[in-house]
Design a protein around this ligand. Structure first.
Ligand code: ATP
Ligand code: MG
Length: 386
């Protein structure tokens, strides 16, 4: 019989009456993640999702893809077996012999959700453990700290498997509304997107692009980051906003100390416009307190003041090293550090204001035709689906 992949989900079982909704969404996201695999059968029972591939050789690549699906707490690759203690023990011996021959200690863990099965869990452990001791003279039982845990599960079918593989955690993408991520080519914003996406928020992204001051390679880098983040969040559409005119006008008409802040206010306002038109309920950025001049508390307040939507900043209290650690884990780091310029860095003032007065920033931007510039930028936006 082919191996099956059993998926456990976590927090969604806490959702009471909504549970079927969450389960269905997770199943839908799993099917989407596995759409390029061999054909599968999939069903839910007892807080577990059972995936039966038609072709056993797909199991490893299915597991790799499932590791990126939010809402999954753990994954096991299980061998199905009839609900008969001899057959269960034989299945363990036949399929885990290489692992068991190489180990010194093991333990059997039995789970019996079918209470009509003719043996109790301790009896299953004793019986299967005894067979393994006979078949593998190298082994002894260690219940405290075994090298190998052998699981025997009695559900609607029998299953045997080794340790669980950790899943991505979080909640199924789309279970908690939709938000717009401001995605630069840096290290921080992809991590911010990952963290909010993990909570089940479906994301789209906006990227501000200042051609020819920033190159097509810089844009490609952002699209590659979007592809990686989209791998966790059931895809990520990117709105590419032409930003050159706005940056040139800011440079020419605003006092230097406020260049960055006025630019950030434009980014927020344009993002909010696009977010509203796409049914998003919040903006997401990768800012953290004090990381750069535009991220002091005063500067963040001036930035927030440009929009009415909630702004989520999941990295707000994190150090750069902590952010880098996540970036490495989710595989965005190597792309983020490619040395292409970002629109923010092209027009950076030498002495940015770190304690900006809101009324002075408003005065600084008053020479610009703000509404017209925002309209033009939104009209010129290009949508890229990853
Ligand atoms: P990152 O590493 O995410 O670029 P950063 O520390 O370089 O962040 P800033 O450049 O000040 O900080 O940008 C702060 C936030 O503004 C970013 O995290 C991102 O959410 C957003 N942002 C910056 N540049 C862009 C851009 N070109 N397009 C879209 N969003 C941007
Ligand atoms: Mg940046």
């Amino acid at each position: 019989m082919n191996r099956q992949v059993l998926v456990r989900y976590g927090e969604i079982i806490l959702k009471g009456m909504n549970r079927p909704v969450f389960e269905n969404l997770l199943v839908k996201n799993i099917k989407k993640a596995l759409k390029d695999e061999c054909s599968i059968k999939i069903h839910c029972a007892q807080a577990t999702i059972y995936i039966e591939p038609d072709d056993d050789s797909c199991v490893e690549s299915i597991v790799e893809k499932l590791k990126k699906v939010f809402g999954i707490v753990s994954i096991v690759v299980a061998y199905p077996a009839p609900k008969d203690i001899d057959k269960l023990a034989e299945t363990v011996v036949a399929n885990f012999s290489s692992e068991l021959s190489a180990a010194k200690t093991f333990k059997v863990i039995a789970k019996r959700s079918d209470k009509t099965f003719y043996m109790t869990s301790p009896e299953i452990c004793t019986e299967v453990g005894g067979r393994l001791l006979e078949s593998f003279p190298n082994l002894t039982v260690d219940v405290k700290n075994p090298e190998i845990n052998v699981y025997v599960e009695i559900r609607e079918n029998g299953y045997v498997h080794l340790d669980r593989i950790p899943g991505a955690g979080g909640m199924p993408s789309g279970s908690n509304g939709k938000a717009m991520l401001l995605l630069s080519g840096g290290i921080d914003s992809p991590v911010a997107g990952y963290m909010i996406g993990k909570r089940g928020v479906y994301l789209e992204a906006v990227h501000f692009f200042s051609y020819p001051y920033t190159s097509d390679r810089a844009k490609d880098k952002v699209l590659e980051l979007a592809r990686i983040i989209g791998g966790y969040c059931t895809g990520l559409k990117v709105h590419i906003v032409p930003f050159t005119d706005i940056q040139l006008q800011i440079r020419d008409k605003c006092p230097e100390e406020h260049l960055t802040l006025v630019m950030r206010r434009f980014m927020m306002a344009i993002s909010q416009r696009i977010a509203e038109s796409r049914g998003c309920q919040a903006l997401v950025t990768g800012e953290s307190i004090g990381q750069v001049a535009s991220q002091t508390m005063g500067a963040l307040a001036v930035t927030d003041d440009a929009v009415s939507m909630p702004v989520f900043r999941p990295l707000i209290g994190m150090d750069k090293e902590e952010i880098v650690e996540i970036a490495r884990k989710i595989d965005t780091y190597e792309t983020s550090i490619l040395p292409y310029e970002d629109c923010c860095t092209v027009f950076t003032p030498r002495h940015p204001s770190t304690k900006p007065k809101p009324e002075k920033v408003l005065l600084s931007q008053s020479k610009l035709d703000i509404e017209r510039l925002i309209d033009e930028a939104v009209e010129g936006t290009e949508l890229v689906e990853i």
